[in-house]
Design a protein around this ligand. Structure first.
Ligand code: SF4
Length: 75
């Protein structure tokens, strides 16, 4: 039986996102706004090393469009 690994999905609620761009300033390596104002995750799931940036992006979003959670996945 394998051990569980943790992954950190960063999900975007496109129905809430209003393209303010605060999250892309907080985590430019993880999130990007395209020319039409749609937010894209550049790294999915987020690595453990990038968790602090991802948490900062979630915190600065004024409309709570981002969610980061730890999920245990069996190897
Ligand atoms: S801060 Fe929130 S509203 Fe602004 S682009 Fe990021 S997810 Fe969208």
């Amino acid at each position: 039986m394998g051990s569980d690994i943790e992954v950190f999905p960063l999900t975007i609620d496109q129905t809430r996102c209003e393209a303010y761009g605060f999250c892309t300033e907080a985590a430019p390596a993880l999130l990007e706004l395209d020319d039409e104002g749609y937010l894209h995750a550049l790294a999915h799931p987020v690595t453990a090393q990038a968790i602090a940036d991802a948490e900062a992006a979630v915190r600065v979003c004024p409309v709570a469009a981002l969610r980061l959670e730890a999920v245990a996945v069996a190897e």
